[in-house]
Design a protein around this ligand. Structure first.
Ligand code: NAD
Length: 418
């Protein structure tokens, strides 16, 4: 996704690019370029000083033919209707690649949450939940955390919904805390799927991930878990970075010690087990076998892609490569496992949380991880099968084709009514 262009247009271009490899009618593809329904609302919320402030908020329900709409709610000043619409489409595709029974959804509030107190954030979240109530539900639309929201916000939305509906409905949102119906394994799920995707792609390339050198950009939830689990596969994690810069050891960092240092100090800089401190850009262009960008979108553009020396990239973040970077890397024969597969672990374990909530039965962490393993390896195999079948230029296009095929089939099989 390019930061300069309209995200809805990017989504539509992505569908057009996949169209050549699809046997789907043009009018059906046209339908899949737009969400089914969008809520735009203005939340009037009392601040701690007694004044009222109005917040714009959105929810987009992209396509419900494969199951309830599903997707996160983000709190950010740059949230816009177009962004939410496009992100709901990408969620529909991600759920289809993982073959979990959800359509796509996304929501957001235009806010910088750092400027508000906890009680103000609670009132804002509950006000949004009141507006969402007619649209969401265990079998209708299931929100989850996204940028700047987490377990706390999900607990508030669940509580508001349950009070208004006079029921218990833990499956109305996912990403809740364990005591409120959350799932074991949810916090680690995205980094875990990144590590499974890394293992699978090396296997696919007839290489051993255990012999790979690895650089990880971003050391938050996704990057730190991915680094730890890839290290556990026997690979040598030679560099990691966060917003303050990177650390490097050509012989491999002691990843558990780095995780502990980051937990204690909140930073990577100053870690005394590193040979050298390097810049973020150095991490992205380091001589290594595998690069895992797990920080922000658009981390690698077309220019930087020329300097990337890893020959395999597994996307932990959403959209870390710009379309220009993708073209350059395809041209340079760098294998990229796309975000909609590699980081699908988060939504997959959200799905497991929802299944457990419906069953009123909690799974063990071992069961969650086993089921996740199955979903991600099946998705990887299905993506590669499409790549071989229709000869897409890269794995991203194969994942798009797989996703659009599945969503289009569900839509066509449902018929068009009224
Ligand atoms: P996080 O906030 O926990 O971590 C982000 C990390 O990136 C932090 O370590 C931060 O210091 C680092 N960072 C920021 N700017 C950087 C820069 N310029 N260079 C290097 N590092 C930088 O976030 P997260 O939950 O780990 O999410 C990371 C990405 O993964 C985001 O794109 C997110 O949308 C995506 N994602 C997350 C999940 C999930 O379950 N958490 C699921 C799917 C996708």
């Amino acid at each position: 996704m390019s930061s300069e262009s309209n995200p809805c247009e990017n989504l539509q271009e992505q569908i057009d690019d996949a169209a050549a490899y699809l046997d789907v009618a043009t009018d059906v593809l046209e339908r899949l370029k737009h969400p089914e329904r969008v809520l735009e609302t203005n939340l009037a919320v009392e601040m701690d000083d007694g004044t009222l402030e109005v917040f714009k908020a959105f929810r987009s329900q992209f396509n419900g033919d494969r199951g309830p709409y599903k997707g996160g709610i983000r709190y950010h000043p740059n949230v816009s209707l177009d962004e939410v619409k496009a992100l709901s489409g990408w969620m529909a595709f991600k759920c289809a690649v993982a073959d979990i029974p959800y359509g796509g959804g996304k929501g957001g509030v235009v806010i910088d949450p750092r400027e508000y107190s906890t009680s103000e954030l609670e009132r804002i979240t509950r006000a949004f939940a009141v507006e969402l109530r007619p649209l969401i539900g265990v079998d209708r639309d299931v929100p989850a955390p996204d940028v700047n929201t987490g377990q706390r916000e999900m607990n508030w939305i669940k509580d508001t919904y349950e009070l208004l509906e006079d029921t218990t409905a833990p499956g109305v949102v996912t990403g809740k805390s364990l005591d409120n119906g959350g799932s074991e394994g949810r916090v680690e799920a995205t980094g875990r799927s990144v590590s499974i995707a890394a293992r699978e792609v090396f296997d696919y390339l007839d290489r051993d991930v255990g012999e790979a050198t690895v650089a990880v950009q971003g050391f938050g939830n996704v990057g730190s878990v991915a680094a730890r689990l890839i290290d556990g596969l026997g690979a040598s994690v030679v560099a990691v970075s966060d917003s303050g810069g990177g650390i490097y050891d050509p012989d491999g960092l002691d990843v558990p010690a780095v995780v502990e240092y980051k937990r204690e100090t909140g930073r990577l800089a100053g870690f005394d087990g590193a040979v050298e401190e390097i810049t973020n850009e150095d991490v992205l262009t380091l001589e290594c076998d595998l690069l895992v960008p797990a920080a922000l979108e658009n981390a690698v553009d077309g220019d930087l892609a020329q300097d990337v020396r890893a020959d395999v990239i597994v996307e932990g973040a959403n959209g870390p490569l710009t379309p220009d970077a993708d073209d350059v890397l395809t041209e340079r024969d760098v294998t990229v496992v796309p975000d909609i597969l590699a980081n699908a672990g988060g939504v997959t374990v959200s799905y497991f949380e929802w299944v457990q909530n419906r069953q009123r039965f909690a799974w063990s962490e071992e069961r969650v991880n086993d089921e996740l393993e199955t979903v991600i390896t099946n998705a990887f195999d299905a993506m590669v099968a499409v790549h071989d079948e229709v000869e897409t230029p890269n794995l991203r296009r194969a994942a798009d084709v797989l996703a659009i095929r599945r969503v289009a089939a569900a839509y066509e099989n449902s018929g068009n009514w009224p």
